[in-house]
Structure formats: C-alpha cells, structure tokens
Design a protein around this ligand. Structure first.
Ligand SMILES: *[C@@H]1O[C@H](CO)[C@@H](O)[C@H](O)[C@H]1NC(C)=O
Ligand SMILES: *[C@@H]1O[C@H](CO)[C@@H](O)[C@H](O)[C@H]1NC(C)=O
Ligand SMILES: *[C@@H]1O[C@H](CO)[C@@H](O)[C@H](O)[C@H]1NC(C)=O
Ligand SMILES: *[C@@H]1O[C@H](CO)[C@@H](O)[C@H](O)[C@H]1NC(C)=O
Ligand SMILES: [Fe+2]
Length: 469
C-alpha cells in the first residue's frame, strides 16, 4: 500500500514537473538544451603529446601563424619562433609551388617572464598581395626550410561570399584538440574570428610560458594556413606582480601582432579590419573603455566610418559577453555594455561574438539602452536594430565547462547549451548569412543550433524565426 501511494505521489510530482517545464518554455526564454555531455575538469595535454612536437631540423621555425596584415586583406603577417639562434626573419613567397618570386624582410623580438626566456619571435608582413590568390611561403632560410600556403581574401565588396569560423577560449586540453579537429573538418572555413583566451599558460605555476610555446605548436596546423583574427581575453593579461611581472599582456603582445595602426588605433587590443563583405571590429574588455579613454574615442570615430554599401556585414568581437545567462562571469560585461551598446544599436551591428563563459549561448535581437539611473527601465526588450549576441567560449580549455545556468532562462536568450564546440558564419551575399554552431560530439554536418542572419542594413526584417535548434 505504501508503495502504491508512493508511486501515485511520484506520478503527481511528474505531472507537476511537466506543467512547470511547459510553462517555463512558454513564458520565459528559448531553448535550454537537454543534451548530456561529460562534465568535470579537463586536463592539458602532456608536454610530450604529438600536437606539441617540435619540428625536426636545425633551428626549424615553429609556432607558425598568420593573421591579416592590413586594413583590406592585401597583406598577411607571418609569425614564427626559432629557438637556438635568431636565424633569418625573411619570408620567401610566390604563387607557384616551389618557385620563389618574392621575399619580405621581418624582425624578431624576445622577452623574459620571471625565469623564462622566449625564443626569437619573428614577425614579417607580406604586402601588396593579389586578392583571392593562393600563395606559398617558406621560412627558415639557411637552416631548415619549412613551407606553407594561404589564400588571400577576395577584394572587399558587398556581395562577396566568405566563410568565417568562430573559436574561443581554446586552451590546450584533449577537448581543445577535438574542437580544432572538428573545425578543420569543415572544408569551407576560410579564416577564424578568435574571441580571446588562447593558451591558458597562466593556469600553470608561474604562468609557465612554455605553455605559450606548446599552444603555438598545437594550433599551427590551422593558423599557418588561414588567418586567425585575434581578440585579447583575460588569460592574455599575464599580470603577476607576485613574481615581479607587472607589464600586462607581455607574452601576448610579443607573440601575436595585429594590424591595429591601419585602423587608426593606438593599441593592439582594439582595431578593425575589412575582409570580403565583412567589417570586423575587435574590442578589449581588459583595456579602459570609459568616456574619454582611447578605446572609447576610437570606437566613437570608428563606427561612422563603416560603409555598409561596401561591407554590409558589421561584426564585433569582444571577450567578455554583454548578455550572459550563465552563473559564470555573470554581469562582468555589464559596464562595457552600458558604455557601448547604444552605439551598436545606432549603427545596426549584425552580431557580437564573445567568449569567456565556457559554454554556448545565442540571444534574440534585443537591447537594453533605455535605462538611466532614475527611470527603472532596466529590462532588455526586442529590438530589430540590435545585434544578436553569441557566446562561443566553448573551445574546451583546462577550466572545464560552465554548466550552471540562471533559471529560468531569460526571455532574451534563444538557445544555450553547456557543450564544447565551434561555429561557422557563412556569408552568402549582402542580405543573407547562414550561422551554425557545432558541438564536438556530433559530425561536421550536424548543426546543434543554427540561424539565417538577415543583414541589418540591407534586409532588416525579423530573422528570429529562422533558427533551428
Ligand atoms: C623556474 O622556476 C620554477 C619554480 O621556481 C622551476 O620549477 C623551473 O624549473 C624554473 N625554470 C627555469 C627555466 O629555470
Ligand atoms: C589531436 O588531434 C589530432 C587530429 O585529430 C590527432 O592526430 C592527434 O593524435 C590528437 N592528439 C592528442 C594528444 O589528442
Ligand atoms: C549555481 O550558481 C548559483 C549562483 O552562483 C549558486 O548559488 C549555486 O550553488 C550553483 N549551483 C551549483 C550546482 O553549483
Ligand atoms: C542571397 O542568398 C540567399 C541565401 O542563399 C538567397 O536566398 C538569395 O536569393 C540571395 N540573394 C541574391 C540577391 O542573390
Ligand atoms: Fe576568459
């Protein structure tokens, strides 16, 4: 009898749960995915892992990476490290394999971090490249020549299709390796928009900078062949006064160069580029952004320069998300949102990509700009001039998944899931871009969350119903 009573009680409880879930689904936000994945701390791949192998040969160039080297994509900055001696900073390149047509001269730098001394870090910018052209390049003259290739983007224009990958907070765990492999399995992706937090070297004692080197070797297999567009995260700060390291961003600044001067910026942490039909603005969550600061003044002058007839797609990258319904880094992006969100709505930014929270989330088009300190209007509202906010901090780093969410899901949140993965932003023309998020557990063809973006300048109609989760 006791058992029957218990089972009736269980039935009632279940019915109640169903009612609550249905109500929550209707009255509150979008989808909180029920996908089950393993949680718990992940570990960095051991130092002797295959992905960290030093290339063979005398003073062989290692940690090769490329990024856009100018404003519109006719320059590429090639960077690499040599360990035993400086060697050559020259890059040989040309449009035919095994035939050198040109060379460019770079420079090298080094830095010390506590008791670590870096290798010779070379940076060399190849300029006046032809658009939409495959170039072969070689490094390591006089020692061990290593060859790579890249393809330049098409000339900037409103209807140029282009496919961006999105990766954030990658780190160097076994999950990081899965994310990178999964990204590489997409043959269409042409460049990565990287939303910050690279190596997580600072999670090791004394910020073991050897882990910056291993990260450089780990990602070379992708970033030597296609540019990654860098945004700085908190794990790039490497501020460690306890061991006498007082210069923020020291390792990152020496290792990763970006073309900030070409966009009138005075700092490598905020800048912009044009690539195909996209205008990409990179912001820094960890540099001053209050009124009168350099970043504020730069962005104020930057947004009016965007010509949507030339580059219809306006994309912003910033490490710390402005809309985040996880119980991690909750409201950390709020002060920057207060400063900059009105501009992003005014200039009809299409999408803002962030990292920082180690999970995935996509918002509806919403804004929260009516608020001032006395009017109490502090709730996000649907706004067709506003960007979609996407958190893609799910690269798989050593800190593990963020799986504790605020409940109920807020009405502005369209989809959220605590899984590792990457995304693809596939621009078709001036009006349409297809967006898809891929969790690591699925094959390349599966999109766990997707949406058709309608361009905010050329086709500003409601695109929220185009999502398929
Ligand atoms: C740096 O110091 C740490 C801790 O004191 C030590 O374990 C490590 O071996 C040192 N590294 C070098 C390159 O001296
Ligand atoms: C990383 O992934 C690559 C490609 O999938 C694989 O060949 C390699 O063995 C992996 N390494 C580790 C340490 O998981
Ligand atoms: C989730 O986060 C909330 C708010 O920080 C906290 O009170 C709660 O204990 C957390 N839950 C778990 C399971 O960690
Ligand atoms: C733009 O791309 C979308 C999606 O592929 C397509 O439906 C639409 O017809 C294209 N527009 C033009 C003008 O070609
Ligand atoms: Fe972060």
């Amino acid at each position: 009898m006791g058992r029957r009573w218990a089972s009736r009680r269980l039935g009632l409880a279940l019915a109640l749960v169903v009612v609550v879930v249905v109500l929550a689904g209707r009255c509150d936000g979008g989808v909180t995915s029920s996908f089950v994945r393993k949680t718990g701390k992940t570990v960095d791949m051991p130092l002797d892992s295959d992905v960290f192998r030093v290339p063979s040969g005398d003073n062989a160039p290692q940690q090769v990476h490329i990024t856009q080297g100018d404003r519109d994509g006719t320059a590429v900055t090639v960077s690499w490290v040599t360990c035993d001696e400086p060697g050559s900073s020259t890059v040989l390149y040309g449009t035919t394999k095994n035939k050198i047509e040109f060379f460019a001269e770079g420079k090298y730098t080094r830095y010390k971090f506590y008791n670590y001394t870096s290798g010779y870090i070379h940076h060399c910018t190849l300029r006046n490249l032809k658009h939409d052209t495959k170039y072969y390049y070689a490094l390591g003259i006089g020692h061990t020549l290593r060859q790579f290739w890249f393809r330049t983007p098409p000339k900037v224009g409103p209807d140029v299709p282009y496919t961006f990958g999105l990766i954030g907070d990658l780190g160097q765990t076994f999950d990081s390796n899965r994310t990178l492999s999964h990204y590489e399995s997409n043959p269409k992706a042409q460049a990565v928009l990287y939303v910050g937090d690279l190596s997580y070297a600072d999670n090791h004692p004394i910020h073991d900078n050897v882990r910056w080197d291993t990260w450089g070797r780990f990602v070379e297999r992708s970033v030597a062949y296609q540019p990654w567009i860098w945004a700085a995260g908190n794990h790039e700060i490497d501020f460690a006064p306890e061991i006498g390291e007082n210069e923020p961003f020291k390792p990152y600044r020496h290792r990763y160069h970006v073309p900030y001067k070409a966009s009138g910026s005075t700092s490598p942490f905020w800048y912009s580029i044009k690539r195909a039909s996209a205008y990409i603005i990179v912001l820094s969550s960890y540099s001053a952004y209050g009124k009168y600061t350099p970043q504020y003044k730069w962005l104020e002058q930057e947004l009016p320069k965007v010509n949507r007839r030339e580059t219809p797609w306006l994309i912003v990258l910033v490490h710390s998300p402005w809309y985040n319904s996880y119980n991690y880094h909750y409201m950390e992006g709020e002060t920057m949102r207060v400063m900059f969100e009105p501009w992003l709505v005014q200039y009809k930014v299409d999408v803002v990509f962030s990292g920082h929270v180690h999970a995935y989330e996509r918002s509806y088009r919403i804004s929260n700009v009516a608020y001032n300190i006395v009017n109490r209007k502090c709730t996000p509202v649907p706004d067709q001039s506003a960007p979609v906010y996407i958190t893609i901090g799910d690269g798989g780093n050593v800190e593990g998944l963020a799986n504790n969410m605020t409940e109920p899901q807020p009405s502005y949140s369209a989809y959220r899931e605590a899984s590792f993965g990457h995304a693809i932003f596939d621009i078709k023309n001036r009006t349409h871009a297809h967006y898809a998020w891929h969790r690591n557990q699925d094959g390349n063809a599966v999109a766990a969350d997707s949406m058709w973006f309608y361009n905010r300048y050329w086709h500003p109609i409601d695109d929220s119903a185009t999502s398929a989760a």
